[in-house]
Design a protein. Structure first.
Lengths: 393, 202
């Protein structure tokens, strides 16, 4: 540990610069490079300032050195020590550097590093928002592996693009949009403590297509969440709690879809409840939590302007009262309509509550934030329906 | 900004040959490598980059004298002009101490010269330097081509095109047979060292 005599980040000092420095210093020892984007560390052995051998995973010698030129982000540490590695690399230092860099620019070396937020979003500027900003609790830095900045006006994620990364907003405000035929529709604004990313991507089988576009309003500081730790937490959960989490995520997508459909006036409420039996009346006290085994359930909110359909639930989903989450829907703020063939099983909310309390703070915050956004999007849906109704009159 | 290597008691400085593709940067460096072989310690590194080669070697020029008891070691580079070679360009131009701009006397390359010079200005700016401040020498290359009947520009025209604002020393040259190569390099070294001494208040 203590024999490191030089360390730093490749973002600041590129590999070419490091090689030149060690070269002009005639250093002998080992350069260790690690990057969170690559599983294996990189090692370059130096004798008197000249690289003589290297290793990155299965790559050895010059191939290994060349691949390291692609690491735009990584930590390096040089330890001064006697080197016994076989002399495999015969090329001169500058030749290695210039060759490596030209191969990198020619696209022959794979670039490894963070996603860039360069892409500017197009036609959403000029929309001024009055939506409140949803924030989350304090961020647990144990789960943050890196920080990134998204500049004002750039996309953090883009609807329809693939991606499974999770971020938490450390500073700044972002807006969530959906693309619609009538232009981008703003749905929510999120701030510090808010999570970006879908729990569905933790289920490696599910698609990891982003369902919304999220744009930085001002310069947003993002914390990259340790995906692996999150996955481990997720796998350790009981099936019941995991299903509730996934179902909640599905509900968020549905309610977001609904906001768009209401905005486009593509919803006919009556179709939703026709032929269905009302199971829970909005505002009624219902202490139980149900898992759907078979059949279909519709969640509908009653407002002064009529019914607002919120979600369509199927086998695997839950409905009812979740004691530890406020999702702003049934039983207090929405009704539940059931199809004739509905079959349910009762879940033990007490056991779930205990399990929930023992989750890691980050995962608990993630689920709570999910519930809050479901609740907030429900209000947005009601609002939009009201506006659409008023325009019709 | 030169690097002081205290271990070797040397000052390393970096001189870069810039110019449009196939203007003769490489020919300049190859001629220097051949002619001053005794003063050159390492190998010449040649990297194939699309349209042009990137060359590098370093040498200890005689008769430059010492600065504060340190020898002056000069690293000579050519830089690939093609847009895609940003990483190479960045490494080469970072901390550059002196620049030789090689222009092509062929009439058909007139525009290429001007574009390349503008490019140099942009690149230097990007890496924290300025074309107006850095020691710069111009070389109007391929003067010999007139003997073979190729239409070439007059020195006056090239000066007007490229050197009107900069007003830096310039030399006609035929790098292929070595004419003007030594003079260009010597002038650039002279300016570079002068600028060092000024920087260090010597």
């Amino acid at each position: 540990m203590s024999n490191y005599v030089l360390s730093g980040n490749l973002k600041f000092l590129s590999l070419g610069d490091v090689l030149q420095f060690l070269g002009s210093n005639a250093s002998t020892g080992v350069l260790h490079i690690t990057s969170k984007y690559v599983q294996d560390p990189g090692l370059i052995y130096f004798d008197n300032g000249n690289p003589i051998n290297a290793q990155v995973g299965p790559l050895l010698g010059l191939d290994a050195v060349n691949s390291l030129f692609g690491w735009a982000d990584g930590e390096f540490e040089f330890s001064e020590e006697d080197v016994t590695a076989e002399v495999v690399i015969k090329k001169s230092r500058m030749e290695i550097i210039l060759d490596g860099l030209s191969m990198l620019d020619d696209g022959q070396i794979e670039k490894v590093g963070p996603l860039s937020f360069e892409e500017k979003s197009s036609d959403v500027s000029g929309i001024t928002s009055t939506l409140p900003v949803i924030r989350g609790p304090l961020v647990d830095y144990m789960y943050v592996v890196d920080e990134e900045e998204a500049y004002a006006g750039t996309n953090i994620v883009k609807e329809g693009k693939h991606g499974s990364w999770f971020w938490v907003i450390l500073e700044g405000v972002a807006e969530i949009y959906r693309e619609t035929p009538k232009g981008p529709l703003e749905i929510l604004r999120i701030g510090e403590g808010a999570f970006i990313g879908s729990v569905a991507s933790l289920l490696l089988l599910e698609g990891n297509v982003r369902s919304t576009t999220i744009i930085a309003v001002d310069n947003v500081q993002l914390g990259v969440i340790d995906f692996r730790r999150l996955s481990v937490d997720f796998l350790r959960m009981s099936n019941e709690l995991r299903n509730i989490t996934i179902s909640l995520d599905r509900r968020l997508r549905q309610i977001t879809d609904m906001v768009v459909n209401l905005y486009l006036k593509k919803v006919r409420t009556d179709d939703y409840i026709e032929g269905k039996e009302q199971l829970i009346h909005q505002g009624e006290s219902e202490e139980n939590l149900f898992a759907i085994q078979e059949g279909e359930v519709n969640i509908v909110r009653h407002t002064e302007n009529g019914y607002v359909p919120l979600a369509n639930l199927y086998a695997g989903d839950f409905f009812g009262h979740v004691p530890f989450l406020d999702i702003g829907q049934e039983p207090y703020s929405a009704s539940v309509f059931a199809s004739e063939d509905l079959e349910t099983s009762k879940l033990d909310a007490g056991i779930l509550q205990k399990e929930f309390d023992q989750l890691s703070a980050t995962f608990r915050h993630l689920i709570e934030f999910l519930a809050t956004t479901v609740s907030a999007t429900t209000l947005v849906a009601s609002d939009i329906q009201k506006k659409v109704d008023e325009q019709n009159i | 900004m030169a690097i002081f290597n205290l271990k070797k008691r040397e000052i390393e400085c970096k001189i870069v040959y810039y110019g449009p593709g196939r203007c003769g940067k490489t020919t300049n460096l190859e001629y220097i490598f051949k002619t001053y072989k005794k003063q050159i310690t390492g190998e010449m590194v040649s990297v194939d980059t699309e349209g042009d080669r990137t060359l590098f070697f370093d040498f200890l020029p005689m008769g430059l004298g010492k600065i504060k008891g340190c020898d002056v070691r000069v690293q000579l580079y050519t830089v690939p002009g093609q847009v895609q070679y940003t990483s190479t360009r960045k490494l080469v131009l970072k901390g550059v101490d002196g620049v030789v701009f090689v222009s092509d006397s062929l009439e058909v390359r007139r525009e290429k010269n001007m574009i390349s010079l503008k490019d140099l200005q942009q690149n230097l700016k990007e890496y924290g330097s300025s074309i107006f401040k850095i020691p710069l020498v111009m070389q109007h290359n391929k003067r010999d081509l007139i003997k073979q009947g190729f239409p070439i520009m007059s020195i006056e025209q090239m000066e007007k095109d490229l050197n009107r604002q900069l007003k830096v020393p310039s030399f006609p040259a035929s790098a292929l047979n070595g004419e003007g190569v030594g003079e260009t390099l010597k002038e650039c070294l002279k300016l570079t060292l002068k600028s060092f001494k000024k920087e260090m208040n010597l």
